[in-house]
Design a protein around this ligand. Structure first.
Ligand code: 5GP
Ligand code: ZN
Length: 116
């Protein structure tokens, strides 16, 4: 655990979160500032700064994150109409919390992938 990491503190139960799914290796909880009707974050319990670092260090754990994201998409009712899975990474990617996380977004049409 990284003492100053927000998501490590959520894993440790030191900061409350609305958990929608937990496995041995992953945690899924609702985003505090939802950008869509459904907005769930999926994280590895172990700290990695971003998805690239995670995948290089532990590809199986990265697979667990994807697996949990897929189950969340199903349990949130997103499979029929579709959803978006995003890993913001680094400065240009707009990453704000440096503990790897997937955004599961859906429940309404999400529009173009990006605006410019
Ligand atoms: P990023 O920009 O790093 O990809 O996404 C970080 C996400 O974490 C943002 O969507 C933000 O709303 C969410 N977030 C920030 N602080 C908290 C918090 O304390 N609890 C929860 N559940 N989400 C948070
Ligand atoms: Zn962390």
């Amino acid at each position: 655990m990284e003492i100053n990491c927000l998501f490590c503190r959520i894993v440790a139960g030191q900061i409350p979160a609305t958990v929608v799914r937990e496995t041995d290796t992953t945690l899924a909880f609702r985003d505090i500032s939802p950008q869509a009707a459904v907005h769930v974050l999926v994280i590895p319990k172990e700290h990695y700064a971003d998805v690239a670092t995670l995948t290089q260090a532990d590809p199986a754990l990265a697979g667990d994150v994807l697996g949990t994201a897929a189950v969340v998409a199903e349990t949130e009712g997103l499979l029929a109409d579709g959803f978006r899975l995003i890993f913001n990474t680094g400065q240009f990617g707009g990453q704000e919390v440096f503990h790897a996380h997937a955004h599961v977004l859906g429940g309404e049409p999400l529009g173009p992938m990006r605006s410019r």
